[in-house]
Design a protein around this ligand. Structure first.
Ligand code: DAH
Length: 348
């Protein structure tokens, strides 16, 4: 083989490399590399033939051979980069058969879950959902609920006034309880009615483990002919048993709320110690937990809504959602509901 023939062979190696590399896929690039640049590859064999040439020829042909080698190496690297590092997709760390990265799944906030749970219990008992508003006037929040102006019962509910007057010149406020929904429901539709309302309420209170300036309540109202305290007791009992199981006990003790007469405080047997009252921090060893305010709708409230108290009677009840949520989820500090620490929620 003379020098011209050798050059001719070299350029053919270059050409066949070019077509091999452009058709190479990730799976066979290593083969192409071996075929042309391997120890026994086409280029290596050709360079080995240089031994039979003169020094001058060796210099020139060697240079040409090395130039081609450099070109092949560069082209090979470029193609490898194009195909993902020259490895198969799996070897490059991309395995299309793997399941995806876990997507953090959200869930309803424990307060919302509790509201849903309480609402379901009352929907089952035939109550309809009612609605109200966060910014109320004095009439709905207090007056129609039989809190006359300057009545000391207003002091039980430290009120946020919003600095706006209503049409009668009284200060608008953030509702201090869900009871205004009783008034809204009774004014919107004549009895008989049976409504339930969960919602947010606001009181100017210092925050601690059992108080917050924003919290949640539920309110229930049933007005019909001949509704009695017995209906109230049965309804509350059915609700508590639905929530905490059939062994939960309910008892009523007299209490005062201006919009009910008689008024009651409803207690349930402690769901932690089962009423055993033995060194229980939750019920403070009394065996009972105070859960609801309730009573028979005061005649003045029916009158304020335009209904005849001789014809209609009803019961109402209200309770704090956070208190139920604390029992249902075993949470001891109410502030946890608003801090939203996912480390806590993930344990529920
Ligand atoms: N609204 C009362 C409060 O926030 C709770 C309450 C007590 C609601 C008795 C009622 C009820 O409907 O009958 O303290």
């Amino acid at each position: 083989m003379n020098a011209a023939e050798w050059k001719e062979k070299l350029s053919r190696v270059g050409e066949s490399f070019s077509s091999a590399i452009s058709g190479a896929a990730a799976g066979n690039i290593a083969e192409v590399e071996l075929q042309f640049l391997g120890r026994k590859g086409e280029l290596a064999l050709l360079l080995r033939d240089l031994g039979s040439f003169t020094i001058e020829e060796k210099k020139e042909l060697g240079r040409l051979g090395n130039e081609l080698k450099a070109r092949l190496v560069a082209a090979l690297e470029a193609r490898k980069a194009e195909l993902g590092g020259g490895k198969s997709k799996a070897a490059a760390g991309l395995d299309l058969t793997l399941s995806g990265l876990p997507f953090p799944k959200g869930s309803l906030h424990p307060i919302t879950q509790t509201i849903v749970r309480l609402s379901e219990a009352y929907l089952k008992l035939g109550f309809a959902m009612a609605d109200g508003c966060h910014i109320e006037d004095d009439r709905h929040n207090f007056e129609a609920l039989n809190f006359p102006p300057d009545h000391p019962a207003r002091d039980m509910q430290d009120t946020f006034y919003v600095g706006v007057k209503d049409s009668s010149g009284k200060d608008m406020l953030l509702r201090t309880h869900t009871s205004p929904v009783q008034i809204r429901s009774m004014m919107a539709a004549p009895p008989p009615l049976r409504v339930f309302h969960p919602g947010r309420v606001f009181r100017s209170e210092a925050v601690d483990a059992s108080h917050s300036f924003v919290f949640h309540q539920v309110e229930g109202l049933y007005v019909d002919r001949n509704v009695s305290m017995a209906d109230l007791k049965w309804t509350v009992d059915a609700f508590i048993k639905d929530l905490f199981g059939s062994s939960a006990k309910v008892r009523f003790a007299p209490s005062y709320f201006p919009f009910v007469e008689p008024g009651a405080q409803v207690e349930i047997s402690c769901v932690f110690c089962g009423g055993k009252a033995d060194k229980c921090p939750v019920c403070k060893s009394t065996g009972w937990l105070e859960m609801l305010g309730a009573g028979m709708v005061h005649p003045n409230v029916l009158k304020a809504c335009g209904h005849d108290p001789e014809k209609w009677s009803g019961f109402a009840f209200g309770a704090g959602v956070e208190r139920f949520a604390m029992l249902l989820f075993g949470i001891k500090d109410m502030r946890m509901f608003y801090e939203n620490d996912l480390r806590v929620w993930k344990q529920l």
